[in-house]
Design a binder for this molecule. Structure first.
Ligand code: FE2
Length: 340
């Protein structure tokens, strides 16, 4: 390659890197914005919605206040705000499944509210384990509540501590009983009741509360459960209930891209009692590749030479990939067939 061509290429790449950084500069230069309100205000805006045909967006783990995260969330917001451009179905609101702040500081909540104000739909936020409880109440409002939109009931739980107490289960079941009057029940909480990634130190699969929770969701025919916590996308099904882990809302993903560790949000579509979803993958701002994402993949490539799975987990090499999407309905169906 000629020297002139190389120089030109370098200038173009540099210009693209700088250009990809500009939204973050604009964000920093924007002063405090009028508050978009708290959870209660967002819910109040849904009261007049009518018709069993609508859409909503689920995101999580944006961890506002760290420049890498905010830049990625800004890019996701740009895409979210364009979701209704074909005007096929109204997008009623956005749900954030928690970890709205980098690590619970006031300035990080302020950054989150600035981001939230850029989203053109009402935003409902759940509490994550990185969110200070007092500041969450001050900035986002209620931590555990239920609300309705059209033909669906949404139950938001506070499980940032890692499990649900007996009192929470009583309240939760009361809300699930209310759900009988609705076509769909959706549950939102930060920590998933299962381990979404292999060889992770965090494992909910064998926790009593997780079993109880999943059985209750099956009993009351919950349509979907939305969680975050792991910075990845994962879909699993237990007893016919769909569980979506969507922790790709901006936080730098530490899980390999090929295993679901990519930035994204989920668009859910409701058509009476049919519910479908689409994963909207959003590539990081260009400048984040040389700063972080190339190195993440390289580290995993090296690790895969002697191990596999989560970089912060155990070291063993997995020879057979873990079974994904284990469906108890199918299991029991097969079992019954064997017995007969
Ligand atoms: Fe998180």
């Amino acid at each position: 390659m000629k020297r002139r061509t190389k120089t030109l290429l370098a200038v173009v790449i540099l210009a693209m890197l700088v250009y990809s950084f500009l939204p973050l500069v604009r964000f920093w230069m924007t002063g405090p914005v009028p508050s978009a309100g708290k959870n209660e205000d967002a819910v109040a805006k849904l009261a007049d919605n009518k018709g069993p045909y609508f859409s909503f967006i689920v995101m999580g783990d944006n961890h506002a206040g760290l420049f890498l995260n905010d830049a990625a969330t800004l890019k996701e917001i740009w895409h979210m705000n364009r979701e209704d451009r074909f005007r096929k179905a109204p997008i009623d609101f956005v749900i954030n499944v928690g970890d709205v702040s980098w690590d619970g500081e006031r300035t990080q909540f302020e950054a989150y509210k600035k981001l939230e104000a850029l989203i053109k739909y009402p935003v409902v936020s759940a509490l994550g384990n990185h969110d200070d409880r007092t500041l969450f109440k001050e900035f986002c409002g209620e931590k555990e509540f239920a609300f309705t939109d059209r033909n669906s009931l949404f139950i938001v739980l506070d499980n940032e501590a890692g499990e649900l107490s007996d009192a929470q289960f009583v309240w939760f079941e009361g809300q699930l009983k209310r759900g009988i009057d609705y076509d769909n029940i959706f549950v939102i909480m930060h920590k998933p009741p299962f381990s979404p990634y292999q060889q992770d130190w965090y494992n909910m699969d064998d926790m009593p509360w997780a079993y109880h929770f999943r059985k209750l969701c099956a009993q009351y025919k919950v349509r979907m459960v939305f969680c975050g916590h792991k910075h990845m996308f994962k879909h699993e099904r237990f007893d016919g209930v769909d569980y979506i882990v969507t922790g790709g809302g901006g936080m730098v993903t530490e899980i390999p891209d090929s295993d679901g560790g990519f930035l994204h949000y989920v668009r859910v579509k409701v058509n009476h009692d049919y519910v479908t979803y689409e994963v909207r993958r959003v590539s990081p701002p260009l400048w984040e590749y040389p700063v972080y994402y190339i190195w993440k993949e390289l580290v995993y490539w090296c690790r895969d030479l002697y191990g596999s799975g989560y970089i912060f987990g155990t070291n063993a090499k997995i020879l057979q990939p873990r079974t994904v999407g284990f469906d108890n309905d199918e299991y029991w169906f097969k079992k019954r067939n064997v017995v007969q």
